[in-house]
Structure formats: C-alpha cells, structure tokens
Design a binder for this molecule. Structure first.
Ligand code: GAR
Length: 197
C-alpha cells in the first residue's frame, strides 16, 4: 500500500506513521508528502527521512483549497502511485476533485471524539465545554467538516488544571497510537478481495 500524506503543520502524526512504516508495523510505504505551508515542520521531517515532498499551491487563499489546487494535488498523488491518502493535521477542506480521485480512500485524524467538537482547536472546545473525557478520531473523509465513517477512536481524560496546551499534548499522544492502528485496519480491508472475485 502506497500512502500519500497531506499536512499543514508540525507533522507529528506523519512522524508516527513514518516510524510505523520504518519498524515494519505498518504494511505500507510513504510515497509522497504534500503541504500548502512551505514553513511547516512536516516538510523538514519528510526531507530528513528521504521522502519525496511537494508543495500545494494555495497562494492567495488563506484557508480555502481551490478546485484547481485540489486537481493538481490529486494528479501528483496519482503520479506517485498513491493508493490511500492520509490527512495529518491538514487544515483545508478536501472536496470533489480529490474525493473523486480517491473514493473511500482518504483518511483524516481529528483531535476529538467525533461527532463532538468538529472544526478548529477541538481540544479547546472540549475544555470550554467542561467535558471530563475527550479524545481523537480517525475517519474516512466524505467532503463534510470532520464527518464521514469512523475507523477508530481513542479516549483521553480531561484532568483538573488542564490548559488547552496540556490537553492537546495528551490527545496528540493518543493520535500517534490510533493513526498507525487505523492504517493497519484499512490495509487489512484493502487486502481482502471483494466477494465473488
Ligand atoms: C493534530 O492534533 C490533528 O488532529 C489536528 O492538528 C494537529 C496536527 O498535528 N488536526 C485538525 O485539527 C484537523 N481538523 P501534527 O501536524 O503534529 O500531526
């Protein structure tokens, strides 16, 4: 299985996937890492590991992922022979051109127990809502904002005295456990021939 990873920031989830690939616990290779953020540490991490990288051209758009850029991204992923796309801290909404190029083959990690707290800074939302437990979710991407069938979730307690930063840190540790596991689940599913084949 060849993975394409899209991320916008520090890339710690990409690193967790990379580590799983390197120690053989994830039956896949990372074919390409793409980002719209030339300053993102994810680029540095990928380069250090010798993984091909490419920039997504969203210049002139602060948060949008224009259709043309989505089509170019899909073409680059196809060109790299990617089977499954993993969004790892990717902060733009994936729409039609990419979804059509990779139907049911785009995964996302979100820092909350979806459907609770979709959108930005979900750890802060959880803290402000006063919940005792939050977590993270890996799900298939369906074009909505953090919607789509759930593959795996990890629970994380909210502790007395937590700040947004300390809570996010604890959630990230859970993310780094469940994303590799979710990829293993998807790999097993894709390896099973469809009935009648
Ligand atoms: C992670 O907490 C991820 O779940 C979140 O951004 C962080 C990226 O960290 N993603 C979202 O909020 C997307 N809705 P990373 O770059 O170190 O993997």
């Amino acid at each position: 299985m060849r993975l394409g990873i899209l991320g916008s920031g520090s890339g710690s989830n990409m690193q967790a996937i990379l580590d799983g690939v390197a120690d053989g616990s994830i039956p896949a290779t990372i074919a390409l890492v793409m980002t719209e953020n030339p300053q993102g540490y994810i680029l540095e991490r990928a380069r250090k590991a010798g993984i091909p990288t490419a920039l997504i051209d969203c210049r002139g758009f602060k948060s949008k992922f224009p259709e043309e850029a989505q089509a170019e991204t899909a073409a680059a992923l196809k060109e790299a022979g990617v089977d499954v796309v993993c969004l790892a801290g990717f902060m733009r909404l994936v729409k039609k051109p990419l979804l059509e190029a990779f139907p049911d083959r785009i995964l996302n990690i979100h820092p909350a127990l979806l459907p609770a707290f979709p959108g930005l800074q979900a750890w802060r939302q959880a803290l402000e809502a006063g919940v005792k437990e939050t977590g993270c979710t890996v799900h298939y991407v369906d074009g909505g904002m953090d919607t789509g069938p759930v593959i795996l979730q990890g629970k994380v307690p909210v502790l007395e005295g937590d700040t947004p930063e300390s809570l996010h840190e604890r959630i990230l540790e859970a993310e780094h456990r469940i994303y590799p596991e979710a990829i293993r689940i998807v790999a097993r599913k894709l390896a099973v021939p469809a009935p009648g084949m």
